[in-house]
Ligand binder design. Sequence first.
Ligand code: ZN
Length: 134
Amino acid sequence: MNKIEHIGIAVKDIEASNLLFSKLLNTQPYKTEEVESEGVITSFFMVGDTKIELLQATKPESAIAKFIEKKGEGIHHIAFGVDDAAEEIKRLKIEGIEMIHEATKNGADNKSIAFAHPKSTNGVLIEVCSDIKQ
Ligand code: ZN
């Protein structure tokens, strides 16, 4: 894994949180993007060479809606940047880490992503992501 690519934060109201994080980080979100397949709207802030991703559910069955229902707003996942997310899935499985996704899928911000199951990673939802090769 190369670096912490971003930290994902589950929020109830992305407009209000965009304003809040703009003040907090003293920068505007560089992108807002809906990922319809995931039922989320996301926004991204650069912080040095890493990012904060805010996630708001767009439908009640979204993972973010369920997370907020159970735990409230807060840190949802930590994403590690890797060279090739598909290769990283193989490596993690060999290491005995349980993956939620056995294959990569397309996430926000032009990334190929997969999540490891928090029950095999000390309760922390871990995302691995690599740039989608054009
Ligand atoms: Zn993420």
